[in-house]
Design a protein around this ligand. Sequence first.
Ligand code: COA
Length: 368
Amino acid sequence: MTEARMETEKMQTRKMSPLPTGDARPSVEVHLDEWVGPNVCDDRGELRAGKILEWMDVVGVLAATRHCRRPVVTVSVDGMELKDPIQVGERLTMTGSVAFTSERSIGIGVSVTASGRGATRRSVDGFMTFVALDEHGEATAVPQLLPETPAQQARYREGVLRREFRTQLAAGQLPDAGTQMPGATAAERSLWVREILKVLPRFPMPWDRPESQRPRSRHHSYVHKIEPVRQSELNFHGTLYGGRLMRWVETTASLSASAYLPEVGVRLASLHGLTFIRPVPAHVFVHIRSAVVHCSTDEVTVLVNVQAENPVEAQHTETLRAFLTFTPSQTQGDRVRIPPLECTGTDERALFNEAAHRLALQRTLSER
Ligand SMILES: CC(C)(COP(=O)(O)OP(=O)(O)OC[C@H]1O[C@@H](n2cnc3c(N)ncnc32)[C@H](O)[C@@H]1OP(=O)(O)O)[C@@H](O)C(=O)NCCC(=O)NCCS
């Protein structure tokens, strides 16, 4: 039997895996409605993408917590695209619903629609994964989801595939990014790509190298923000809400992109999958550092790295790495010229290539 055929058969077997029954719980849905006020918009009157991510985390945490009745933490956000900007004065509706459960994780599908400029339009579709924690802060078993309708059953099976792809990628059993996956349908390939985008590349950070003190073009885009973690930002478990961190990440990344393109505004176009490595405890300072690592004729990509510093214990812990892509906001139909990024040394070129690779993968998602 050919390798491709074996792969196809494996996928068909996966689709046949039995759905939960017995004590399983039906899907919980959480809705959030907001009028988009100027306080959450940028200077062009567009809703800040970081605020969308923060609200997504709110509906996600609430749906997951209602499902398992335990404190939960955000563990990942799938690679996603932000399609159409939402304008000040529009109405935003967000729905988060439990789409999948594994033994210890809860998958939440989030959809965002906007209305106010004519027809209601779908602005974002996201998928987030949460983990329930026990008294010791360890991942613990969650009640299983009972998918009832055919649509819920299809979403559940997508979750099964996502988990299998993630596990197999970690074990090196699936082809890496850039290779065609034999026998996979377009939908399966897209789930696989989203899992690849969540895998964090281990690169030295551009700002951690001693030689990076020399002035270079990239340094115009280097931003280092420090946020103290306040009591009001902590979840039930006493660690930082993922949504708050995502907002800080988006703000810092957009400052880097704006510094690289000072003449024009920028807008977040896509997030390349995001994995939270460790929780951020109370009483630490969060360092968010970012710089442009890739650009093409129509977009710039920023690498963000987050470290939590406990100055009392003299400890630094890496919490998150992410790639975010921004496009210039076009003014009066003029095309903006993006200056090429100067890459010095093998590390910078490796980062450039990694970002290029992610962008190519991300594009395959929008082609679906
Ligand atoms: C969540 C956390 C406790 C998990 O740690 P861990 O026990 O080493 O993780 P595991 O790899 O055993 O995963 C636990 C579950 O989550 C799932 N999971 C882990 N990483 C995942 C990812 N990137 N995407 C989807 N699911 C994931 C696993 O599949 C597992 O579920 P399963 O056993 O049913 O398959 C740890 O990663 C953590 O604390 N991260 C930070 C979370 C946080 O604070 N978020 C907010 C940031 S401010």
